[in-house]
Design a protein around this ligand. Structure first.
Ligand code: SN0
Length: 315
């Protein structure tokens, strides 16, 4: 494996999950693999779990880490080609990516969807520019359309907690005050389908995701029916893909409550975090024994470690 930006970059999903499970069991077993090598992380957007878990994963492998946030602790970057740079951006992404590629051995990039121009977001302009110009392996720390490190941790979590070989996994839209990207649900659907789970996606009308990610899932506007018999409930808000970036619904009846969880087969509750309490899910759900959100977040470390380990071993 060279880059890690999407499921398509993973040659063997079962092997990567096995490696993540190994990293969870014996995190110190590869402590010199990355000695003398550096991970660079560029955050165009805020981060708590991704920043700290990926940093931790790299240090477990003996790597050095350098993180930056363009516009606050490094220059604001211009991403458009052919423009007169007389505005706020002091440096073009072309130079920034090429220079960082000379300083680090693996480069992580976080660049969220802007939610204004769907074609631009779905072309992954910023991530692809780093892939093209950096000359080193690039890992996505959540791009415009995907969050593969999150999905790997999610699959590791489901594999650990599942009670049947093919669990019924429900991805439920839930209300939120802001327009959020489709990256997490896109990736979750892509990975859950590849794992062979029974994936049910439920959302209000107009929130259909890009079918390239959801082909193979059951899609319903009936949240109650979706929850019947669920083994896992994965809550997430996203903005509309078809009416791009718009909020079409803020109906609080879509919030995940104990009454809804009672329809399930004693399902575990999951969310990628950060979660807005009493918007996406009620306190009673988040604080119940069924909630595995902290375990899920903890699994970000072995997930990132497995990805970095696999890239380092291939270098
Ligand atoms: C991001 C998202 O893609 O939905 C990151 C999730 C890992 N979430 C947010 O931006 C939440 C922002 C907020 O104000 O709640």
């Amino acid at each position: 494996m060279n880059h890690f930006t999407a499921l398509a970059d993973v040659p063997d999903l079962a092997l990567l999950l096995e490696r993540a499970a190994e990293c969870k069991r014996t995190p110190n077993a590869w402590s010199s693999l990355g000695r003398g090598r550096t991970l660079g992380m560029v955050f165009f957007n805020p981060s708590l779990r991704t920043r700290v878990s990926t940093h931790r994963a790299a240090t477990l492998l003996g790597m050095d880490v350098v993180s930056m946030s363009p516009g606050s602790d490094t220059w604001l970057l211009e991403t458009r080609d052919g423009v007169v740079m007389d505005g706020a951006a002091a440096e073009h992404i072309r130079e920034a990516a090429a220079v960082l590629g000379r300083y680090v051995d693996i480069l992580g990039i976080r660049s969220f969807a802007q939610l204004t121009n769907r074609d631009e977001d779905y072309a992954e302009t910023i991530l692809e520019r780093f892939v093209a110009c950096a000359g080193v392996p690039v890992i996505s720390l959540e791009s415009a359309t995907r969050h593969p490190l999150q999905s790997l941790a999610d699959m590791l979590t489901i594999e650990h907690f599942k009670r049947t070989s093919r669990p019924r996994v429900v991805l439920s839209w839930a209300p939120h005050p802001k327009a959020l990207p489709q990256a997490v649900p896109n990736s979750f659907a892509e990975w859950a389908i590849a794992m062979g789970y029974e994936l049910v996606i439920t959302h209000p009308p107009g929130y259909e995701l890009d079918e390239r990610f959801t082909a193979g899932a059951t899609i319903t506007h009936d949240q109650d029916a979706a929850f019947d018999g669920a083994d896992f409930v994965y809550a997430k808000n996203w903005s509309s893909y078809h009416d791009y970036g718009k909020i079409l619904c803020q109906d609080m009846r879509w919030q995940i409550t104990p009454e809804k969880m009672a329809r399930t087969r004693n399902a575990y509750f999951m969310h990628c975090l950060p979660i807005r309490r009493n918007m996406i899910a009620s306190d009673a759900v988040l604080d119940s024994p069924s909630s595995i959100i902290i375990e899920q977040a903890a699994n970000r470390v072995p997930a990132a470690q497995a990805v970095l380990r696999t890239i380092l071993e291939a270098q």
